[in-house]
Design a protein around this ligand. Structure first.
Ligand SMILES: [Zn+2]
Length: 430
């Protein structure tokens, strides 16, 4: 099923020609309207007329997180202030936020991309989507909301938390889809179990769009099994309109990134040099259609790779592998680089492990991993616990190349999250 079949299945050569035309227009726009980009282009000696092929994107300057913060509030605005229709800010960070502006076309375009994503997974106007992301300055909820309305779904703007009410809404309005963070999806599964609600029998749920935090394939399976639904990976970020940048199709083998809207590069995070399809590195995106706030070569800090080859669904837009971490999530413990997702992958593959864990770093580089047992994971035999503890320790050591302390705790004892999970507590005195 397609929302916009013509553009979703466009031939690669036509797609690349469209990308080049839009890249040239974007560079000209920022060179003429945004003094900060005028300066950056001058610093790397590039004029808009130098962009003659897609490979010339490498002649353009990167845009970093700190560029956005330094430009706060309106230093990257490329349209007249009275043409701005909406403001969002980036989520979850301290200090100055990043301000993101949308023109009327930007608002509509963001919703169009979400509509493509939803229809790609089989959503129709008969679906009821309960949106459990945070409404407000964060793009996650609103952009999904408008996209789902475009498709014609009934949208329930539930927001996160208040599980009692979430469940009531799901039961009374026969919710078929939830848009949710992975940690909250797992929390809800536990909550339903406690309430004696069997999602397979008592609810109409059939899909979840899970995003806003990186998570592993093992966590996806855990959510699918616990709720009896299909879970689709989605990728988006406020700097790139919010949700709807890339999404899985029904084949669930990578997320199609809408290349008519975003020019995609994978670069070596240290050197910034481009990497070929299939190699893992940092995702860098250039907006191709944005009016209010175009961004050139934005360093997303997300680690992924391009999946080479065509997808059986017929879409020609290339696919991203799931995000395996963020360059700034990387922990350095005893000189070893560790991504929290590596730990999650090990824990979630073990049936005796429950749905919650915590990584605690303290003292002089001591790493302790608190692991909740599954409800059925403990039979009362201490020797079984000891065996499980050493199995987890061995598997983690094999994955992260350093030996953590593993501390097993009863189900439901670690702090739960009703929004984004805080998995890492770093109070090292280094
Ligand atoms: Zn596909």
């Amino acid at each position: 099923m397609f929302w916009d079949q013509k553009i979703e299945t466009i031939e690669r050569t036509a797609l690349e020609a469209l990308q080049l035309m839009r890249l040239q227009a974007t560079v000209s726009r920022v060179a003429c309207k945004v003094p900060r980009y005028q300066q950056k282009l001058a610093d790397c000696g590039t004029k808009p007329s130098d962009i003659r092929s897609l490979a010339d994107v490498q002649r353009l300057p990167f845009t970093s997180n700190s560029d956005l913060r330094d430009a706060y509030p309106a230093g990257l605005l490329a349209i007249a202030p009275d043409e701005v229709l909406r403001l969002h800010t980036s989520s979850g960070t301290t200090g100055k936020p990043k301000a993101l502006f949308f023109s009327a076309n930007d608002v509509n375009n963001a919703a169009e991309l979400v509509a493509r994503c939803l229809v790609m997974t089989g959503v129709t106007r008969r679906d009821v989507l309960q949106n459990m992301m945070t409404y407000g300055l964060f793009t996650g909820a609103l952009v999904m909301h408008y996209g789902a309305e475009k498709v014609g779904c009934l949208v329930i703007p539930a927001g996160p938390g208040n599980s009692e009410k979430q469940l009531l809404l799901m039961q009374d309005f026969r919710t078929t889809i939830v848009h949710v963070t992975p940690s909250y999806a797992l929390y809800l599964a536990d909550f339903m179990e406690k309430k004696g609600v069997d999602p397979r029998k008592d609810l109409a749920l059939r899909k979840a769009f899970v995003g806003a935090e990186p998570y592993t394939e093992e966590t996806r399976r855990k959510i699918e099994e616990a709720l009896g639904i299909d879970v689709y990976n989605s990728y988006g970020m406020s700097e790139m309109n919010g949700p709807g940048v890339a999404f899985e199709c029904e084949h669930k083998c990578g997320m199609h990134l809408w290349e008519d809207n975003y020019l995609l590069e994978i670069v070596d995070p240290q050197t910034g040099k481009p990497l070929p399809d299939g190699q893992t590195g940092e995702l860098v995106l250039t907006t191709l259609c944005r009016e209010a706030m175009p961004l050139l070569r934005y360093r997303t800090r997300d680690i992924t790779s391009i999946i080479p080859g065509p997808c059986p669904c017929g879409r020609t837009h290339r696919r991203l592998h799931r995000i395996t971490g963020r360059t700034d999530d990387m922990l350095i413990v005893r000189g070893v680089n560790i991504y929290p997702q590596q730990i999650e992958r090990v824990l979630m593959s073990l049936p005796s492990v429950g749905r919650n864990y915590q990584i605690v770093l303290e003292g002089l580089d001591e790493m302790t991993i608190n692991v909740e047992l599954a409800e059925a994971g403990f039979d009362g035999h201490v020797e079984h616990l000891t065996r499980l503890q050493s199995e987890i320790t061995d598997r983690l050591r094999a994955e992260i190349l350093t030996k953590p302390k593993v501390h097993l705790v009863p189900p439901g004892t670690l702090p739960v999250s009703e929004g984004k999970a805080k998995r890492v507590i770093d109070s090292r005195s280094l």
